[in-house]
Design a protein around this ligand. Structure first.
Ligand code: UT7
Length: 326
């Protein structure tokens, strides 16, 4: 065992918009039903941002909650990495708005854009900064307002997504590098831009000059999802020198209950070790994993010392996984 720096979780927090929209409410204006949405996706409701609620306001609230949970203050933070595909503005990065909202004037803040994989990309990015020794404490946030890029007349997409934010505080700590020791143990990121047309937004500053709407070939995304995520999860397990049986909590991206179940089954992870929040939050893209982490820490499931596997796959395609000793 060699002495090294590990990125250790100090706190977790989340924030959701005030307004809840149920499947029944959607079915009142759209050719869909509560039964179809629940059977095909596992979703029963989602949170939708209202006036004054934006990606950066939700991210700020989640970050403040994570700082409080960590027993830290804004002055302790020198790195903010925010995973989002729905920034408040084309620029500046929403991370800089969060930084200003929290009153932080030192260090660096930036967004990473990997759609639903955004939080895994943000954790991995922050981990590399912290392990390099350049930064000490990071706010790692996933925050989205996908309701603002949905085509609310397209039943094949709009019923699946929701808004929210989650955050963790990662701190660089000296570690003996043992498998039992806390911190980010392994991570794997991937991207393959050939899949662009299967999940994309049909507008942007450099093409249409508009924000655009989310477009998705759901069946095609589904077809690729399980193989891609189980591949990077296996990579993390190989790097850590363990097998799936060592995982205490599997906290997948919350896109679809059927994808979550199929991924867990393929890896041999029993259902009672899988954290599922897609039923109440729907797919909140980069926010889904930290929202689920927050739920499972608060209800007492995830405890210090537990081995937690996070994973996600989304537009690009991008996909990734990270193995964290909590
Ligand atoms: O975060 C990563 C990004 N996204 C995902 O991971 C999503 C991946 N994909 C999925 O979750 C699933 O493919 C969906 C939930 C999107 C769809 O489930 P599916 O079992 O693949 O259904 P489908 O697309 O094959 O549609 C079945 C039927 C179609 O009708 P026909 O052609 O069989 O007559 C659709 O038109 O269901 C119809 N349909 C709906 N019916 C009621 C599609 N959307 C709806 C709806 N309500 N909202």
């Amino acid at each position: 065992m060699t002495s090294q720096i590990r990125s250790c979780v100090r706190g977790v927090g989340s924030a959701l918009p005030t307004r809840v929209v149920t499947n029944h409410e959607l079915a009142a204006t759209l050719d869909t039903s509560d039964e179809w949405i629940r059977q095909r996706s596992g979703i029963t409701q989602r949170y939708v941002a209202g006036d004054g609620e934006t990606t950066s306001t939700l991210a700020t609230a989640a970050a403040a909650a994570a700082l409080k949970d960590a027993g830290l203050t804004a002055e302790d933070i020198d790195l903010i990495v925010l995973g989002t595909s729905t920034p408040d503005f084309t620029f500046p990065a929403s991370a800089t708005q969060v930084q200003a909202n929290l009153g932080i004037t030192k260090g660096v803040a930036f967004d990473v854009q990997a759609v639903c994989s955004g939080f895994v990309f943000a954790v991995t990015t922050a981990d590399k900064f912290l392990r390099s020794g350049s930064h000490k404490r990071a706010l790692v946030i996933g925050a989205e307002t996908f309701s603002r890029i949905l085509d609310w007349t397209d039943r094949t997409t709009c019923v699946l997504f929701g808004d929210g934010a989650g955050a963790i505080v990662l701190e660089a700590q000296e570690s003996d590098g043992a498998f039992r020791s806390t911190g980010v143990i392994a991570s794997r990121l991937r991207a393959d831009g050939r899949h662009r047309a299967k999940l994309f937004v049909d507008g942007g500053p450099s093409t249409t000059g508009t924000v655009g709407h989310l477009r998705m070939e759901g069946k095609e995304v589904f077809r690729h999802a399980v193989g891609m995520v189980t591949d990077v999860i296996q990579g993390c397990l190989d790097d850590a020198g363990c097998d799936a049986g060592a995982i205490d909590w599997f906290v997948p991206h919350q896109a679809n209950r059927r994808i979550i179940d199929a991924s867990a089954d393929k890896l041999g992870i029993p259902r009672e070790k899988v954290v599922v929040t897609v039923d109440r939050h729907a797919n909140t893209s980069a926010a889904s994993i930290p929202l689920a982490l927050s739920v499972a820490v608060k209800d007492g499931r995830i405890k210090t010392g537990d081995l937690v596997m996070i994973e996600a796959m989304g537009g690009g395609f991008t996909w990734g996984a990270a193995l964290i000793r909590w």
